[in-house]
Design a protein around this ligand. Sequence first.
Ligand SMILES: [Zn+2]
Length: 117
Amino acid sequence: MDNKCPMCNHELIAFKNGSSIGVRCSSCDYSVVTSYIEPIFEDKNVYTIILEKGNALSKDSLKTVSGIIGKNYIAAKKCISSAPSILFQGYAADVMDVKKILDTSAMKYSISPKFPY
Ligand SMILES: [Zn+2]
């Protein structure tokens, strides 16, 4: 990209602000904003979340697992007691949502391949 302002020929400065990136002029009001896509949304790898052994069969863990797999407590109980078992498969952005739930519930799990976020 040309790094001189088309309006006044001063230098353009790159900036990042939340979900926007662009360049703005160091002198006048000229700026170009483009939306920025987080790399996680462009990641087309399919990740697998594996529930590890050693998770307690508590009301909380059943509720968490049940919510993730979208099935009842009986299926959730089976998933926990037969661990390691596949809890979820999906793209990075979806895996991140599940990861957040698992992290707040302090459950033991792993993600394959290595989850870089
Ligand atoms: Zn300018």
